[in-house]
Design a protein around this ligand. Sequence first.
Ligand SMILES: [Zn+2]
Ligand SMILES: [Zn+2]
Length: 256
Amino acid sequence: MMEVTALASGSSGNCFYVGNNNEAVLVDAGISAKQVYNRMEELGLDPGKLRGIFITHEHSDHIRGADVLARQLKIPIYATKKTLQNGMICSEKSLFRTIIAGKDIKIGRLSVESFSKSHKAADPVSYTIVGNKRVAVITDAGYACKNIQEHISNAHFLFIESNHDDKMLERGPYPAYLKRWISGDTGHLSNRQAALSVLECASAELQNMVLSHLSQTNNSPEVALETFHSLLKERTGFRAKIDVSDRERPTPLYVI
Ligand SMILES: [Zn+2]
Ligand SMILES: [Zn+2]
């Protein structure tokens, strides 16, 4: 049994929970510790089960609550060396654990796989957490590189970045340089990029996907879902359920 939820996801804060009966981890802690506790309580989850926080990269929407959470719960923060050096992640350095992308970390009966991706940060990674199922958490990527394609293809449960709609970004209020970065190779996956990579790579074993890291300005849940449904209907026999995460509230607790 595995329990999975996005406690928050969006450009303003990201925090994903993946656990089994005995232990659990967070991927990123981009909302306050208080919000993490409140949202876990809402879902009946026990913070006492948390064994670590796995940080993807040093941007504030991924690390905001990590310092307080790690110190209060006395749990380690896992990240690459460059991420730990480049972000104000935690004041208690003894809680740092350095990971190397591609080397698995065992947390009780969970195994955490990390892999590099393309994003404008010091040394960004994404994670797949493996228990009796494989849960991939993939956000903040400029394009679906080989590593991302591989982890999508092996996933039973997938959080996939669906950051922006191309037209909404193009016509929206952001300055030109920001538009160029977001849509470029070190920016964020658009609805279309994300849907196409799922269309090309996902296996018949994929049960659920949750569209994540939606931009408040350049996207909406309806537009993102519409893009996914219209592209994925090309693929016969594809049955994975598609939901959308939210910055203000957790998704339901998925038990897989
Ligand atoms: Zn982000
Ligand atoms: Zn980022």
